[in-house]
Write a protein that binds this ligand. Structure first.
Ligand SMILES: *Cc1c(COP(=O)(O)O)cnc(C)c1O
Length: 401
């Protein structure tokens, strides 16, 4: 999006502000669809946890997307946005049997990732079809916290426990209609992904009545200059070829499914914050903004680098700044970053603010969460109001003391 447009939105809706570009979301969605256009039954389930605003969910539904959810509440958000239950897959980790049953009652596709629940669920509900999340133990993921396929990972049922899975199915007569893997965010390499896919194909042969194979996500998007991104087109060509061969071997039509979050919304998002103070110390120039890791935690949590530009002075001379937040502990967005000259009152724009940004925001320091705007058809639509002090007090109970 153009700096002038973003600047205008910051004036209209105030700061800090999240802005999402609908056109970019559609572009990414269509890119993925096109990469797999030769697969007759191809389905994208957008991973709600990346950005869960109901207007964004509704928009993705209008593009043809289903949803991937990890909690009862995400399922409820999806249903509220008008997504059909059978277009939602539920892939929780470590949740109670009760929650899984509640989601199953809603008609949503269940995906089970541990043997204990698989056995309990199969015994009680042998007629509800279930997908199984396999851990193929392929090491992937850009950060130890988002890499979920390694040997000690808590995610999925280990491929080495396949005999145990098959025994449970035989004993309970439960119906397995899908198998799934999700080895982590930010998989760099198409070949690594294809290797994991091979393991999933091998596994699939043990199940006689599958309707779909879900390859999770892991698409890497560029955050800073020089970052590698997943070559989706090459990946599409290679996996399509392999999938069609497997489908023939398997002897039943299969749906190829993915559940990207980041890939669909990361680059569509812009976070706008105003510079409150420029502070020169002996060694550093700090730009302190009207936000902090309560609104955008990825740099502090994962060491992520979000590109930052000064949209109030895009043509200015570049200088080095450390961009910091107002939270009362270390709260650094960027250290010694080259940014065009910053004046107090300028609006800084953080790129890649669509995925895992607002959805991870909190009220720490009793701060209000920002507003969200969807930029669509040349117009900014408010899709979440800025919080007020009432939201901070909501649910608090002041007792007599
Ligand atoms: C988080 C998650 C995703 C989405 O991952 P991205 O890296 O955002 O694409 C997909 N599937 C499952 C099961 C997840 O937990």
């Amino acid at each position: 999006m153009k700096p002038e447009v973003l600047q205008q939105l910051a004036t209209e809706f105030g700061s800090p502000l999240y802005v999402y570009d609908a056109e970019k979301i559609a572009f990414q969605y269509n890119r993925l669809q096109n990469a797999f256009s030769k697969v007759e039954r191809f389905k994208v389930h957008y991973a709600v946890k990346a950005l869960s605003n109901v207007s964004v969910l509704k928009y993705l539904k209008s593009l043809g997307s289903g949803l991937d959810t990890v909690s009862l509440q995400e399922v409820q958000l999806g249903l509220h946005a008008g997504v059909a239950p059978n277009d939602i897959i539920y892939t929780p980790n470590g949740v109670s049997m009760e929650e899984i049953e509640e989601v199953a009652q809603l008609g949503v596709q269940i995906n089970i990732d541990n043997l204990s629940i698989l056995e309990q669920f199969g015994t009680k509900h042998p007629n509800i079809p279930v997908c199984i999340r396999i851990n193929p133990h392929v090491m992937a993921g850009g950060n130890a916290n988002i890499s979920v396929g390694h040997i000690d990972s808590k995610f999925g049922i280990s491929i080495h426990q396949l005999p145990h899975i098959l025994r449970i199915i035989e004993n309970t007569k439960m119906h397995i209609n899908g198998i799934h893997m999700h080895t982590g965010s930010d998989i760099l390499d198409v070949e690594v992904f294809l290797y994991a896919a091979e393991i999933l194909f091998e596994t699939a042969k043990n199940f006689t009545a599958l309707d779909f194979i879900d390859f999770g996500s892991g698409f890497k998007v560029p955050y800073k200059k020089g970052d590698i991104e997943t070559n989706v087109e090459e990946f599409g060509r290679k996996l399509t070829k392999r999938f069609l061969t497997f489908e023939k071997e398997y002897g039943r039509p299969l749906t190829l499914a993915f559940e990207p979050g980041k890939f669909l919304v990361s680059e569509a998002g812009y976070f706008l914050a105003k510079v409150n103070v420029v502070k020169q110390t002996t060694s550093t120039v700090f730009a302190g903004i009207d936000s902090g890791f309560n609104h955008l935690i990825r740099p502090m949590l994962y060491g992520s680098q979000h590109h930052i530009e000064n949209i109030s002075n895009p043509k200015g001379k570049e200088r080095y700044y450390s961009v910091v937040g107002y939270i009362c502990e270390t709260d650094t967005f960027a250290s010694n970053r080259r940014i065009t000259e910053i004046h107090e009152g300028d609006i800084l724009c953080f790129r890649n603010a669509g995925a895992y940004c607002f959805s991870m925001a909190s009220n720490y320091n009793s701060r209000l969460k920002p507003a969200e705007v969807l930029w669509k058809d040349g117009k900014g639509h408010l899709i979440r109001e800025r919080e007020t002090f009432d939201d901070i007090l909501k649910n608090q109970v002041m007792i007599e003391v």
